[in-house]
Design a binder for this molecule. Structure first.
Ligand code: OFO
Length: 175
């Protein structure tokens, strides 16, 4: 049985993941408007992933006989400064998500909540991979440069990363 505190914290995490899904959707739209289709498909996939992260917690709460709350989502921006800013903000956002997952893990340990501790380990791994992926993208942008002439090459690189991630996920069996 989950504590009241854990139920509330998991419901807050649902809202966090939901916001990430809509933020990445907004960024996908921004990229598509700029004809950066590689970056757009990357962000559409990220958005779908965040939705899946949200649903995993939603279902976990229900499985544990708790109330899962469908969150109110703050509207994300529709305009963004440039490609580099989008990816550095995305990395910053993922770092905040990691901190929030770590707080949940700490709470599970404090409450000797072994079921939630085990459940959260998937998120610990996921966050490590996500942060590493965003850092790789920023490194590539730094190498290529982000002037107007470079956008085409950045888009191609991110499309290639996107394809590699999809292939790796398929090989792992879905997630
Ligand atoms: Fe779900 O926040 Fe990262 O991936």
């Amino acid at each position: 049985m989950l504590s009241e505190k854990m139920i509330n914290a998991l419901n807050e995490q649902i809202a966090f993941e939901g916001y990430a899904s809509f933020l990445y959707l907004a960024q996908a739209g921004w990229f598509e408007n700029k004809s950066m289709v590689g970056c757009a498909s990357f962000m559409y996939r990220q958005s779908a992933e965040e939705h899946m992260h949200m649903m995993k917690i939603f279902r976990y709460l229900l499985e544990m006989d708790a109330v899962a709350i469908s969150p109110a989502i703050k509207q994300p921006p529709a305009e963004f400064k440039d490609v580099r800013t989008i990816f550095s903000e995305t990395l910053a956002h993922e770092k905040r998500v990691t901190a929030s997952i770590n707080d949940l893990v700490a709470l599970a340990i404090k409450e000797s909540d072994h079921a939630t501790y085990a459940f959260l380990q998937w998120y610990v791994t996921e966050q490590r991979e996500e942060e590493s992926l965003m850092r790789t993208i920023l490194d590539k942008i730094n190498l290529i440069g982000d002037g107007a002439q470079s956008l085409y090459f950045i888009d191609k690189e991110i499309e290639a990363l996107n394809q590699a991630t999809v292939a790796a996920e398929k090989a792992e069996g879905g997630e």
